[in-house]
Design a protein around this ligand. Structure first.
Ligand code: TRP
Length: 367
């Protein structure tokens, strides 16, 4: 069941000694990175070794088809982010119903001086899931980091964003790393190991179930610990969406203009391209609701009639009318619950800033 980890509703948190190997992926973690090797900015035109590319493609094929064959079927949310998916996501962040992005921005603006004083100047800023780098751009203006590393699974999209960062901050050392962070992030070897600040905004941590959020936080703690460097003096700045009225939550994931629906449905087109499957997005509809028991928004794609999906190699899955594919969760943590998770991941110190309505928190955590 390793592939189902994003959707595993288990509320139980493993202890720090729990086995961790199966969780990210059944495949050796290094395989996932080889497909991205050619994407370092200094090697934009370098060809990816054919064998490595084939291996990475095979692991994507296996991951997707295994998810489709599960009961209920799942597609990992990381496959949302092809070029169109990244653009649609950018539109979501500007929707009137989608409060997290602008609330987080307001918190960061409102408390900019305090946050800057807490995290420190001249750091190596590492943004995970950097996307268009807009949030890091604002942070760079107040923090003046010596170095910025944008990490994102959508490497093409990231390249453009990173190029704009270089233009605005010509004296900053700017890097792009195309990586699937659920399989571990390998940073450039020459990156400073001290003074690192990992930036993970947008409440993206909420898209992992608690056991996997814990593992990701542990991975972040290792990054800010300079991967074992004594006196690393690193920190994590992370955005957390807090629980609130169900109507507010549900509208944020099911907007009137239908952008979130288009974003959710686009995963089917992307999957067709990745594995050659036969999804017809017109036969599916977007579904989003708050699961109070698990304190999470759930996103699904629901079959509007009985249908069959096929893919190369003889793969097939039948869906009954009304049957769903689970595509994403967005957990809403209270601050005490999140601070507890941070502590389990080895961040013993945490300080949070929120907006006046208490809708969103920005947390600075240190080992
Ligand atoms: N992590 C954010 C959230 O859960 C952004 C996000 C991820 C999102 N996937 C999404 C927003 C799908 C809307 C729909 O809110």
């Amino acid at each position: 069941m390793a592939q189902a980890f994003l959707h595993n509703p288990s509320p139980l948190l493993p202890t720090r000694s729990a086995p961790r190997q199966a969780a990210w992926n059944a495949k050796p973690p290094h395989l996932a990175f080889e497909a991205f090797e050619g994407l370092a900015p200094e090697a934009e035109s370098a060809a990816v070794p054919v064998a490595a590319q084939a291996l990475a493609e095979q692991s994507v094929f296996d991951e997707i088809t295994q998810g489709l064959l599960q009961q209920p079927a799942t597609i990992s949310p990381k496959f949302f982010y092809d070029q169109l998916g990244s653009e649609l996501f950018e539109s979501i962040t500007r929707l009137p119903e989608y409060y997290p992005t602008r609330t987080e921005h307001a918190v960061m603006q409102q408390h900019a001086a305090e946050i800057a004083a807490a995290v420190g100047q001249g750091r190596t800023l590492i943004e995970l899931g950097a996307g268009n780098c807009e949030k890091a751009r604002a942070l760079c203006r107040t923090l003046a980091p010596a170095c910025f590393v944008g990490v994102d699974i959508s490497a093409d999209f990231l390249q453009g964003a990173v190029a704009r960062m270089r233009e605005e901050f010509p004296h900053m050392d700017v890097r792009a790393v195309g990586a699937d962070m659920t399989r571990g992030v390998t940073l450039p070897a020459d990156l400073p190991r001290t003074g690192r600040l990992v930036f993970y905004p947008g409440s993206s941590i909420g898209n992992f179930d608690p056991p996997h959020a814990l593992m990701l936080l542990e991975q972040m703690r290792e990054l800010v610990d300079g991967e074992g460097e004594p006196g690393a003096d690193g920190g994590l700045l992370i955005g957390i969406d807090l629980p609130k009225e169900v109507e507010v939550l549900e509208a944020a994931y099911d907007d009137a203009a239908g952008v979130t629906a288009a974003f959710n449905l686009n995963v089917l087109t992307h999957v067709n391209r990745l594995i050659g499957s036969s999804f017809d997005p017109a036969q599916w509809r977007h579904l989003a609701f708050f699961n109070t028991l698990q304190s999470r928004i759930e996103m699904h794609l629901q079959a509007m009639s009985p249908l069959q999906v096929r893919w190369p190699g003889g793969g097939v899955r039948d869906f009954a009318a009304g049957e769903c594919i689970h595509t994403e969760n967005s957990y809403k943590y209270t601050l005490p619950a999140f601070t507890d998770l941070l502590a389990r991941a080895g961040f013993s110190r945490a300080r949070a800033w929120t907006d006046p309505r208490g809708w969103f928190a920005v947390v600075h955590a240190q080992p």
